[in-house]
Design a protein around this ligand. Structure first.
Ligand code: FBP
Ligand code: MG
Ligand code: MG
Length: 360
């Protein structure tokens, strides 16, 4: 990578801050510390500390010391890298049952940090790209530890969101509400350099991503959409589609930000107790925010996902995101079921995204 005159993440944040002359600097400290944590995680991933060395919670190394899973290591790095800075009131993580409270000997600050420290962890053992996803909300108060309720804000309240992708190179993709910007880690400088300013998702696509092994559990709007993509030129879409599935949502989202496409992890009937696979607060919301900032659309079927009022910090949700026109088509299929679907009571009984929508 030529790094001579590219802007660093720090320089980018300084430029952004000029738009908010009253800002105290807490926000930039937060983003820079999250980026530093991501560099540390990238180091662990690149060092081959994958499944064999760190994959099992009960694994021991040659010294007989217990080794932690990389998910847990990544979570600890997020917590320790951000609890001391004075800019956070608390944190929520996929790896922690309850919200994390800033210890009394550190200052509390105005922001909440929510994260999936390692997304796509089933890919660690096989050396396929994984990533970290984060979301930033404003705290309701700094004179007390945040309650769970304080974290239950709709995604539209996010003041920033982003992810790091640990792939062939490490990238940090960020939105602070003014578009989406991609930074690539320069190994020589150890800095994230602005390599992909203003990422935009084309409104149409010929690529879709879904775990097709769940096909028999899909409800009609999703089945219809996928069937039409597969029918290609011979069907009503009149064009051939390609399919991709990395099984790291963060990597699938990155591909869509780079060249368009649509991703579906819908609510299905496989386990009716689960309102989808992905977690609302630290997977669907931050990715939804980035996608919409890049001109795409993120939906839970009938509503923009960013409108959903959360009810639980680890709540799951059905999620569709990507190229705007494709997501709108899927939403339309939910809003206007096919004839055969509307005459089939099965399809009435369980609307794909019903739970999420009722919470919107
Ligand atoms: O087993 P599947 O259906 O391919 O699931 C893959 C999905 O699960 C996830 O890996 C869940 O994330 P975690 O690794 O953080 O649990 C998503 O990234 C991905 O889209
Ligand atoms: Mg995840
Ligand atoms: Mg995870």
């Amino acid at each position: 990578m030529k790094n001579d005159n590219r802007m660093t993440l720090t320089q980018f944040l300084i430029e952004e801050r000029r738009r908010f002359p009253q800002a105290a600097g807490d926000f930039n400290s937060l983003i820079l510390n999250v980026a530093l944590v991501c560099k540390r995680i990238a180091g662990h991933v690149a060092a081959g500390e994958l499944g064999g060395m760190m994959g099992s919670a009960s694994a021991t190394n040659v010294q007989g010391e217990e080794q932690k899973k990389l998910d847990v290591v990544s979570n600890d790095l997020f917590v320790q890298g951000n609890n001391w800075g004075g800019y956070l009131a608390g944190m929520v993580s996929e790896e922690m049952d309850l919200p994390y409270h800033i210890p009394d000997h550190y200052d509390r600050g105005p922001y909440l940090l929510l994260f999936d420290p390692l997304d796509g962890s089933s890919n660690i053992d096989i050396n396929i790209s994984v990533g970290s996803i984060f979301s930033v909300l404003r705290a309701a108060a700094t004179d007390r530890p945040p309650t769970e309720q304080d974290f239950l804000q709709p995604g539209k309240n996010q003041v920033a969101a982003g992810y790091a992708l640990y792939g062939p190179c490490t990238m940090f993709v960020l939105s602070v509400g003014s578009g989406v910007h991609g930074f690539t880690l320069c190994p020589q400088l150890g800095e994230f350099m602005l390599t992909h300013p203003n990422m935009k998702i084309p409104p149409e696509t010929q690529e879709f991503a879904i775990n097709a092994s769940n096909g028999r559990f899909w409800e009609d709007p999703v089945r219809r959409y996928v069937d039409e993509c597969i029918a290609g030129k011979s069907g009503i879409r009149g064009k051939d589609f390609n399919m991709r599935w990395i099984a790291s949502m963060v990597a699938d989202a990155h591909r869509i930000l780079m060249r368009g496409g649509v991703f579906l992890y819908p609510r299905d009937t496989k386990d009716p107790a689960k309102a989808g696979r992905l977690r609302l607060l630290y997977e669907a919301n931050p990715i939804g925010y980035l996608i919409e900032q890049a001109g795409g659309r993120a939906s839970c079927g009938g509503h923009p996902v960013l409108e959903v009022k959360p009810t639980d910090i680890h709540q799951r949700i059905g999620l569709v995101f990507g190229s705007k026109k494709e997501v709108e088509r899927i939403e339309d299929y939910h809003a206007h079921p096919r004839e055969e679907a509307s005459s089939n009571p099965l399809f009435h009984a369980s609307s794909l995204f019903r739970v999420a929508e009722s919470q919107a």
